[in-house]
Design a protein around this ligand. Sequence first.
Ligand code: PMP
Length: 593
Amino acid sequence: MNFNLKSSLSINIIIISFLTYLVKIDAKMKLGFPSSVLITLCMVQSFENSFVASFSSTSSTSFVSPKTILNSRNKFKIDTSLLDVVNTDNAESTEIVDRAPCFDGSCSSDPDEVVHDESSWVGEATTRLGDMTGPTVWTEFGRLSQENHISANLGQGFPDWVPPKFAVDSLVEAALDVAKSPHQYTRTAGHPNLVKRLAGRYSTHMDREIDPMGEVAVTIGASQALYLSLQTLIKPGDEVILFEPFFDLYVNQIKLAGGTPVYVPLTFVPYDESENAISGGEWVLEPENLEKAITPKTRTILLNSPHNPTGKVFTQPEMEYIAKAVKMAGPQCVVLSDEVYKYIVHSPPAEQMVAEEEAQFSGQLQNPSLSCPGHIHFASLPDMWDRTITISSAGKTFSATGWQVGWCIGPKHLISPIHQIIPYVQFCASTVIQEALARALPKADEPYEGFSSYYDYLRAMYTRKRDLLGSALKSTGFAIPDYNLTPGGGFFIFARIGKDIAAAIPKERIMAKNIAAPGGIARQDWALCQWLVEEKGILCIPSSPFFSKERALAGASDEFVRIAFCKTDDTIKEAAQAFSILSEEGCKTTATE
Ligand code: PMP
């Protein structure tokens, strides 16, 4: 439809003015059946058409800013058949932006826009963030991606394709189900259809009967599930243990709740420990480090497995150390287990798979599609149900990060405080999206694209993408985990910077001032990512924002960058091409697995 938004709006205004004028004339002439009604009936159709035209002229580009449409380098083709159900008359909308909204230029890290106001205008929440209110890695790399020619965006963790058709169909069906009207508020603690589905699934995962009404809370994404959990658990001064590196959102959420983050570093153990070797390796939890961090103030241990940013899958023994630490800390200590990547364990721990196969063989696991192969639900460990809030969301599993439906699962004494505060945050999470997810969940258990379920397909797809990106990174000179040796999950590779790559970074970029970098200094990881985005058209994320400022400034993150493979094969291939130019320019392969 070539209708221009401005002109259609003007037509609408002209029609409305004209109708108003007719109504006034009718009133003056006191006509029984006003002429305006007849004329109105004739004009309604034209009004509707112009309204539809104005709407569709915007909706055809609803995810794309005008700047982006012009900016062809940021586009990719999508499988339009997936859109059939959504947008049948809009064949032109084959383009979608490869950026989340905050990457479309609407965010800025311009320091002038950051208000550090110490006056009494600033409330308690802002004060609690201290100096952590400035630009973030996301706003800074959003700005850089906007200002530079990007051929491959491997930055933010959102898939750059349309969600599976059955999920989109579920959304459309839910939206059109007028009888059930999922367009109004629903139950505050969670839409009944969804909490029942979630409770059913988690009853299998946890091997216990979960009460849909008392032990499930639906939230706006996993982010709000974390936020509400921390708000209900933490008193000022309480300590929250984080395994470092960590998903960067946690720190400020802990501070907002009045808590103090306590960092327990995971240790990077390279495969090749000889001096000067740059190899891949494993991030491991050393129990002594955890034990040292426990104090009487330890209120929460925040666990994230599969892990963002490293892709680490915590092993059974590591989970057992954590369970031991929880008991050591005392009865006040609770685990927040962030499991948003639980369906993407692309390289499961061998022992876990053996245990699952045995369970299946012995008939304990009756419905394999209801399991998460390779994933351990922390709450299913002995005695841990009562001490754990399990957090997850639909975004990563269904390639729908914008749906923003998340949840908390746990015992009543931990979930009911969350139920109590939800109504003061919002009345409910989006009803129509909750209904859509409730409809999509059973469909995901059915055979999909030649796999026995959508979940099996998802794991196979991510394994393929991981290897596609992994081989490009290795031939550029990055060292990456060997997934035959090291369990892995999620959709990031935490790549180690090889020597030739490090040598190729322009020296003036390293240790340059940068307000968005931790401590205001662009160390090696940051300098590399900034150089890659500005000079080579590849967007990756530096690792320093995933470390505490102190350890980042001490160099703990210098050698790593986070690279996303939740991207179309075409995007990954473009990245491989861009990386190959980089290696031709001098970053030869010196790194090993
Ligand atoms: N936890 C982790 C570990 C994540 O990586 C993310 C998203 N990047 C979230 C939570 C937030 O998930 P949601 O989009 O559902 O809020």
